[in-house]
Design a protein around this ligand. Structure first.
Ligand SMILES: NC(=O)c1ccc[n+]([C@@H]2O[C@H](COP(=O)([O-])OP(=O)(O)OC[C@H]3O[C@@H](n4cnc5c(N)ncnc54)[C@H](O)[C@@H]3O)[C@@H](O)[C@H]2O)c1
Length: 285
């Protein structure tokens, strides 16, 4: 999709990290931007920053895991700007972590509700409109966790593998229909955002009473590790390029090429799956 000026971009998870950077970048291209996020205060601050730089913004407090909330995002977008053109289904959380036998139903539910159902609801709400106008582009934020299977992050891996196959399936359907609507699958490696602090948005009803308290030391270490990630604005430039050039895969980090290749090789040769350590291991080997 090349002609972005005056069109509308919707971004979920837009109050922070990559979502904010995408909205900021599309606003710089002259697009109206709809910022959706569950964190209302950060959402207002994000909107104010983009408006201060001259952007046209609509803020829609949204819980992407909630069907009615996502329906409202679609209605609010249409009422304000008439139509959506670029839709970034980006909101996500780290989800419950730990070895499988320690994970609770609530751990799985939280990760899948946001990372998987957020994408499903987003496609249901926006795809028909994009196809009817035969113009637009969907960007689904998956992860390298959707292309590998490192231990300790089961719900996150499951949700991101699902996001990858949803994006690929949609791409196949649109190609068969010769639709002008495009789709991209963003698989970031490590990006300097607040993803390691996603607990801040975990719904109270999905917190287990006997859950261990957050390990502050571990959090500090993770904070330092993510701070050394790619700046979100650089990922936004890759996303913009993918929308304009209709590119499906968007990858950010070279270090994951080998783990992804090794996984594919094990599938082709029916050998042992390769991933060991954790998803940050490729940065330290
Ligand atoms: N940061 C990384 O290294 C990395 C790597 C791969 C993939 N990702 C993915 O990138 C996406 C963006 O995350 P980020 O890294 O910018 O983290 P972030 O925490 O900075 O931003 C995520 C945003 O999603 C919002 N959010 C959380 N739950 C929500 C809900 N139920 N409804 C609406 N909004 C909700 C948060 O409030 C936040 O603003 C996520 O899908 C994440 O899984 C991140």
């Amino acid at each position: 999709m090349q002609d972005l000026e005056g069109k509308t971009a919707v971004v979920t998870g837009a109050a922070s990290g990559m979502g904010f950077a995408f909205a900021d970048c599309f606003a710089d291209e002259g697009m109206n931007v709809v910022l959706a996020d569950i964190e209302e205060k950060s959402l207002r601050e994000a909107g104010a920053r983009i408006e201060a730089a001259g952007g046209t913004v609509l803020l829609v407090p949204t819980d992407v895991s909630d069907e009615a909330s996502m329906d409202h995002l679609g209605v609010a977008t249409r009422e304000c700007f008439g139509a959506a053109h670029v839709v970034c289904l980006n909101a996500g959380v780290a989800g419950g972590g730990g070895p499988m036998e320690t994970l609770t139903t609530n751990d799985w539910k939280w990760g899948l509700d946001v990372n998987l159902w957020g994408v499903i609801h987003g496609i249901r709400v926006f795809l028909a409109g994009l196809k009817a106008q035969n113009e637009g582009h969907l960007v689904i934020t998956a992860s390298v966790a959707g292309l590998t299977s490192y231990p300790g992050t089961g719900p996150y891996n499951a949700s991101k593998h699902a996001a990858v196959t949803i994006a690929e399936t949609l791409h196949a359907e649109l190609a068969e229909e010769r639709s002008a609507v495009g789709v991209s699958c963003l698989c970031p490696g490590r990006v300097a955002t607040r993803i390691h602090e996603s607990d801040r948005n975990r719904p109270k009803e999905l917190i287990d009473e006997d859950a261990p308290l957050p390990d502050e030391e571990a959090r500090k270490i993770l904070s330092g590790v993510f701070a050394r990630g790619k700046p979100p604005a650089e990922v936004a430039e890759l996303v913009l390029k993918a929308v304009v050039e209709e590119q499906f895969w968007i990858e950010t980090d070279e270090v994951f090429r080998e783990p992804i290749r090794a996984r594919h090789e094990s599938i082709e040769n029916a050998t042992e799956p390769p991933a060991r350590g954790n998803i940050l291991a490729p940065y330290f080997s």
